[in-house]
Design a protein around this ligand. Structure first.
Ligand code: HEM
Length: 417
């Protein structure tokens, strides 16, 4: 009788643990989904930023007011005031003399939309974050990382203004260095949020002891481990059963793509897409004319448009060769599941991006192609991060540092047996 009562009690506890596991998985997926939305919004922000630059709109708002700046000019007097401020900067004086108010409004709306989206991203990050922290879908241990992500977003707003400022005094466009830093911080933010989203989708919660279930009765370790194993183990014990050392390459590849994107920002910032519009040669040469014209020689890598374009071309070939190498080693190791899919994604996106870059160059950086080239670069960065994540995950599965048992200890109620 006593035995019967105990087994009924145990069954209820296992059901409770299963329900808890279910709700844990659901709440972590919700956080992952929210972070994916934020990452998508940042991607849209990067593309709109590129379009703002390509339409020559980036300097149209000459002030920075993070709060009140959300309100656009509402009356004719307000519009004239904003236009007069723009008429004082070198870009208007040297390049846009005679611009009409309607033409000014066109470039103003681009920059205003770019900044508004930035504010919106801040709100879409902050409000759900507070909710998820309150409901413990984000654990106490995970909160500092979220705060760092939010601070990085705020820093990006400041870097954006710092970039715009460089085009208000003496130059007719922004500094290519600040443009590259602005894109660089945006990409770090995008990568960090994307990676964190993957963690919420693919790794169970590292709950602190104080946050584990309270008041549960006897639950055998065997039960709890088996339940959590269902969410923590990948469909295959290791997606790359025979792989050795491929993880290192997979981690370096996103860095290569990142650097190549920064080189792209230098090309864009130096308007280097408007020269040497031939491929594979640069107007019949391998190197641009006078590649080391300025002194010191190394400054040419950052300030000589021809050399910046040359670097971006070479960078693309290095990325392409690395993508083939990674795909090949993944296939050789019989990669399975997401590790295999992401290796294919890298290969396909790389070989879409290169002709797109060439077309952008041959056509002197038209609006649509340039925006598509930038969007595809983001897709490549995402695929590279995803692949690195899966490889690292498989390594942790192999190591046992990410085993079902460990996840069970962390995620389920403490057994009293
Ligand atoms: C994996 C390969 C590549 C990646 C990841 C990549 C990435 C990028 C990025 C992110 C930008 C835009 C920066 C910005 O707007 O701030 C850019 C610009 C550019 N890229 Fe690439 N690129 C690649 C290959 C190529 C190739 C092969 C070419 C041509 C040979 C090329 C030509 C250009 C040109 C002309 C621009 C300037 C467009 C503009 O002024 O808006 N790219 N690239």
């Amino acid at each position: 009788m006593d035995g019967l009562r105990r087994s009924g009690y145990q069954a209820r506890m296992v059901a409770l643990a299963a329900a808890q596991t279910d709700s844990l998985v659901r709440s972590r997926r919700a956080v992952g989904f929210w972070l994916s939305v934020v990452a998508l919004m940042i991607a849209a922000m990067v593309v709109i930023g590129g379009l703002t630059r390509l339409t020559g709109s980036g300097l149209s708002i000459t002030e920075w007011d993070p709060v009140m700046g959300a309100i656009p000019p509402l009356s004719t007097a307000d519009w004239l005031d904003a236009f007069h401020k723009y008429q004082r900067i070198p870009q208007y004086i040297h390049e846009h003399q005679g611009m009409t108010l309607v033409q000014f409004q066109f470039i103003y709306w681009w920059e205003w939309t770019h900044r508004l989206l930035g504010r919106l991203i801040g709100a879409v990050f902050l409000l759900p974050f507070l909710f998820f922290a309150w409901t413990r879908a984000i654990t106490r241990r995970e909160i500092p990382r979220m705060i760092v992500l939010f601070a990085l977003g705020a820093l990006q707003g400041f870097v954006g203004w710092w970039m715009v400022e460089s085009g208000l005094e003496t130059r007719v466009s922004v500094s290519q260095y600040r443009l590259a830093i602005h894109l660089g911080v945006a990409l770090v933010l995008f990568a960090a949020i994307f990676w964190t989203a993957l963690e919420y989708f693919r790794i169970p919660s590292p709950l602190e002891p104080g946050e584990r279930g309270r008041g549960e009765g006897a639950l055998t370790p065997a039960h709890s481990r088996r339940d959590v194993a269902q969410i923590s183990s990948p469909p295959h014990p290791s997606p790359l059963p025979h792989m050795r050392g491929g993880e290192g390459v997979a981690l370096i590849f996103p860095v290569l793509v990142y650097l190549q994107m920064l080189l792209g920002a230098l090309v864009a910032g130096l308007h280097a897409g408007l020269i040497y519009n031939t491929w594979p040669s640069m107007d019949g040469r391998f190197l641009p004319e006078h590649p080391f014209f300025s002194a010191p020689w190394w400054i040419n890598f950052f300030e000589n448009p021809g050399l910046a374009q040359f670097d971006h071309r070479i960078g693309a070939y290095i990325v392409a060769l690395s993508a083939i190498g990674m795909w090949w080693s993944a296939m050789r190791a019989k990669a399975a599941g997401p590790a295999r899919t992401s290796a294919y994604a890298i290969l396909i996106i790389t070989f879409a991006q290169i002709p797109l870059g060439i077309a952008t160059l041959l056509d002197q950086a038209p609006l649509l192609l340039s925006a598509l080239h930038q969007l595809t670069a983001l897709a490549l960065l995402s695929a590279a991060l995803w692949h690195a994540f899966e490889m690292l995950r498989s390594l942790r599965v192999k190591d046992g540092s990410f085993s079902a048992a460990k996840a069970a200890r962390a995620a389920l109620p403490v057994s009293r047996v």
